[in-house]
Design a protein around this ligand. Structure first.
Ligand code: 3PY
Ligand code: MG
Length: 265
């Protein structure tokens, strides 16, 4: 089966870098893939994509060297199995809170006797190869998002589940669940302590720790702290940030808006 370089690097305790595709644009995904990311996450939880367009997104990503990963909207077998059938080489599953949920996720990724995935990798086998059935357990990546107080409390059991390759921390939901607002540049110490606890649990279980961050500096800090799977920014956030910087730079301190011209008219 075509190797999953992200899973392979993680197994060797090597870092991998990616970003989120919030936009349902295959062309944007293809462009990002050619920028050199190790993986791209097509986001069906909060992004524009859905089961109707995810095949085109995965085709775009798989025309590049980046591993095509999908964040499903929830842990339901329907989403996990459909995106794998359409060629995802990994799933990121939000809001995993218990060992039973983590086991159910693995059952959706694996065929019997280790799971309950139904056969039909309509595009997965085109991308992966004819030995998809035998090769998929060692190739497909399965990450459980730990991003709630309950997930934090059960993290040791979750990351210990066989077939879970590691955790992926959502700092915003984790902050909210611990009683703090999302989108903080500097996370409260309680959230940082939770993040360190989750990463330590993953490492103790011999699994990979992953996290979403919003700057290159934050990515460096997380890699230095032992995180191996780091997603930085997203397509739309990068576009907005670059546009705001360009417009702000050209207009000095004036607001980057046509409203300025209107006020001056
Ligand atoms: C979060 O911060 O909650 C996330 O899910 C990041 O993607
Ligand atoms: Mg989240």
């Amino acid at each position: 089966m075509r190797p999953n370089l992200v899973k392979r690097r993680l197994a060797q305790d090597l870092p991998v870098l990616g970003t989120m595709c919030s936009l349902a644009s295959p062309l944007m995904a293809e462009s990002l893939g050619h920028a050199g990311y190790d993986f791209l996450i097509v986001d069906l939880q909060h992004g524009e994509s859905n089961l109707g367009n995810v095949a085109a997104m995965l085709q775009a990503v798989s025309s590049t060297a980046a591993s095509p990963i999908v964040r499903v909207p929830d842990a339901s077998p329907l989403h996990i199995q459909r995106v794998l059938d359409l060629g995802a080489y990994g799933v990121v599953v939000p809001m995993v809170e218990t060992r039973a949920q983590a086991e159910a996720v693995v059952h959706s990724v694996r065929y019997a006797p280790h799971g309950q995935r139904s056969w039909g990798p309509i595009r997965g086998a085109l991308y992966g190869g004819a030995d998809y059935f035998s090769g998929s357990p060692a190739t497909l990546l399965t990450l459980a998002m730990i991003e709630t107080a309950r997930g934090l409390a059960n993290v040791d059991e979750i990351v210990a589940v066989e077939g879970i390759d590691g955790c992926f921390i959502g700092p915003n939901d984790l902050s909210i669940s611990l009683g703090f607002p999302p989108e903080q540049l500097a996370l409260p110490s309680e959230v940082e302590a939770a993040i360190a606890r989750i990463a330590a649990a993953a490492r103790a279980a011999g699994k990979s720790a992953g996290i979403q961050v919003y700057s290159a500096a934050a990515a460096r800090l997380r890699f230095d702290a032992g995180f191996r799977f780091v997603s930085v920014q997203s397509d739309i956030r990068m576009a907005r940030a670059a546009a705001a910087e360009l417009v702000g730079g050209l207009r000095g301190s004036r607001p980057p808006s046509r409203a300025v011209e209107k006020e001056e008219e």
